[in-house]
Design a binder for this molecule. Structure first.
Ligand SMILES: [Zn+2]
Length: 416
């Protein structure tokens, strides 16, 4: 990664906060190891993604992963990406997050809809209590020196938000007053459509005048469309916007907004093409690599019809389509495989194969390291770490994973 390109100050822009390592890891049946989450942070960084919501600072089981990743950020491996934590908007949660002195970015989440306030708190809290809890938590985060504080209105899409009687506005204005830097509009159960989220976010952003975050779930298949709709509402109100995505659309139930689809839409959809609204640091050529890595790590295949990276995304068979494509690929393609970093041929090893796994010895490891051009200073340490990491990931390591254990043994050892 080079230096961060300067942001154009003359107009609001769209940035990406990827939440794979927070919301994505909550997907049913998905088990991503801490080592794999670290690789995901690295690939997001190399892709130029602005921020990775990477951990739950309150969860003591995450401590070693968090410390290691913050160190890797300090050492420049995970830089310039911003690593942010997610906590409940509760004073005691913020206190716990404050134990990590190098954690600078935090999102505080609390439910704002009537159905959730009633359902979760069973009459123990009302709308006023929600605001006072949140304000206390934001003030504490400010005191503890967090640099960017986002406040999440969970279930914002089902929260009272009419022209002159908006609880969502009251909530967001109180957050701003307490020192919040951004407001996250969460379509937690995926109930918005693109028009409703556009209107609601625009109205909210015009009133509050803070950068907005858009967090959409895919329960009716609208997560990507709604993310774009919400983002347009924020831009039209004149503020920056941060779309929350996950790789391969992972996430609870029907998942979250898929990272690559959101980027493709921002670059190629009618009306957005050539508009130059997207963070200029994003390099879509990492798409193929990151999507396949996550598929490999989760053991969930990429569906053939997935936008951009599915096996059929650039396949043409019917007579008219194939004929058109052979004459000019623009006839039936909105974007090209090169743009997504898709290699012309996939290299798969066949025949005799020597791998390095948890029961391998020195010579197998040496063979594999040489094959990928990796130089290990301390072979005994690398062998030990390779075995541990293989057990931890429950599979053999990829070349980039081997590179990581050779380069930062101390940080990796801590999380295994
Ligand atoms: Zn979510």
């Amino acid at each position: 990664m080079g230096d961060i390109k300067p942001f154009r100050a003359d107009k609001p822009r769209v940035y990406i906060i990827d939440v794979t390592n927070r919301d994505g890891v909550q997907s049913p049946g998905v088990d991503i190891s801490d080592f794999e989450r670290t690789m995901i942070n690295k690939y997001l960084n190399d892709m130029g993604i602005y921020q990775s919501e990477f951990a739950f600072p309150v969860d003591s089981a995450e401590e070693n992963y968090i410390i290691s990743n913050l160190e890797l950020a300090e050492l420049g491996y995970l830089s310039p990406i911003k690593l942010s934590g997610w906590v409940r908007a509760a004073y005691e949660d913020v206190e716990k997050a404050g134990r990590y002195k190098d954690l600078k970015y935090l999102n505080l989440s609390i439910s704002t809809s009537d159905v959730m306030i009633r359902g979760k708190f069973q009459g123990r809290k009302d709308e006023k209590d929600i605001i006072s809890d949140m304000v206390r938590a934001v003030r504490r985060a400010k005191e503890l020196g967090f640099e960017i504080i986002g406040v999440n209105a969970e279930d914002a899409s089902r929260t009272r938000h009419w022209r002159d009687q908006s609880y969502l506005e009251e909530f967001a204005l109180a957050a701003k007053d307490a020192g919040a830097d951004r407001i996250r509009y969460c379509d937690t159960v995926g109930s918005d459509i693109s028009f409703s989220i556009y209107d609601r976010v625009k109205q909210l952003a015009e009133k509050v005048m803070l950068p907005m975050e858009i967090h959409c779930h895919n329960d009716t298949g609208f997560a990507v469309a709604n993310s774009i709709g919400g983002a347009m509402g924020a831009l039209d109100a004149g503020v920056d916007v941060y779309i929350n995505t996950t790789i391969n659309g992972l996430g609870e139930r029907a998942g979250n907004a898929d990272l690559v689809s959101v980027l493709l839409s921002l670059k190629h959809s009618s009306g957005l093409q050539g508009e130059d609204i997207l963070d200029p640091n994003i390099d879509l050529r990492m798409a193929w690599k990151i999507c396949n890595y996550v598929s490999h790590a989760t053991d969930i295949p990429i569906p053939p019809n997935q936008p951009g990276v599915g096996a059929n995304a650039f396949s043409h068979e019917s007579g008219i389509h194939a004929d058109g494509m052979l004459k000019d690929h623009h006839t039936y393609e909105l974007y090209s495989p090169e743009e997504l970093g898709i290699p012309p041929k996939e290299e798969r090893e066949t025949g005799r194969r020597i791998g390095a796994g948890s029961y391998s010895g020195r010579s197998a490891l040496k063979y594999v390291l040489e094959k990928y051009g990796i130089e290990a200073k301390d072979m005994s340490e690398t062998l030990d770490l390779m075995k541990r990491a293989t057990k931890h990931n429950k599979r053999s390591l990829t070349p980039d994973e081997l590179r990581l254990i050779v380069q930062y043994p101390e940080q990796i050892r801590r999380m295994l």
